[in-house]
Design a protein around this ligand. Structure first.
Ligand code: HEM
Length: 162
């Protein structure tokens, strides 16, 4: 069960982070250069909406398999457990995961839908452009944080080497 849990944890991390990298490094730049603006905006929005649920499924899977991994490792959530080198790395990791969850809610359920709605009624308006910019910066910040969390996950298993 533990190996299945670690496999699910890594699978969820790969699909979620990989999807964000594809959006930021492939789809968005490409759609901006290749197709008319309206189609580009629609393509990014539709892809974002479709990936949203895959992303949330991955985050829920990361949380569940993460708690299982901790339990299997005998982490007892006591003060002394949090004080240990493992507990300190875990603290930073979980604080960043909490930040990622807040940014994801803001991006997926506040800024994103507003940008989509305004993008349909007045796509060239300054407010629509501002919302689209905010949405893409939230996405990039989340990607950056997820890469740090990924690194902390690797350190959790292997410890710091210095
Ligand atoms: C954005 C979310 C997360 C990402 C991207 C992530 C990523 C990772 C990665 C890459 C590893 C290393 C796997 C290995 O090298 O074998 C790992 C391990 C681990 N993660 Fe996460 N993680 C996330 C969230 C969480 C959460 C929320 C928890 C706890 C509730 C957690 C607990 C753990 C534990 C305990 C391990 C060690 C697994 C083991 O026993 O080998 N992770 N994580």
């Amino acid at each position: 069960m533990y190996l299945v849990s670690v496999w699910l944890h890594i699978l969820a991390a790969v699909v979620w982070v990989g999807g964000m990298v594809f959006l930021a490094a492939v789809l968005v730049p490409l759609s901006r250069t290749l197709v008319p603006r309206e189609v580009a905006t629609l393509l990014i929005q539709q892809t974002g909406v479709r990936f949203r649920w895959i992303g949330w499924a991955c985050l829920v899977l990361l949380l569940l398999s993460g708690v299982f991994n901790l339990t299997y490792r005998g982490f007892d959530w006591t003060w002394s457990a949090w004080q240990s080198p493992f507990g300190q790395v875990l603290t930073v990791k979980l604080l960043l995961v909490a930040g990622i969850l807040c940014l994801s809610v803001l991006h997926d359920f506040v800024i994103g839908p507003r940008a989509t709605a305004l993008g349909q009624t007045s796509p060239a308006s300054p407010h629509a452009l501002q919302l689209r910019r905010q949405a893409s910066w939230l996405g990039r910040l989340n990607l950056l944080l997820s890469l740090v969390v990924l690194a902390l996950g690797v350190v959790l298993v292997r410890g710091w080497f210095w």
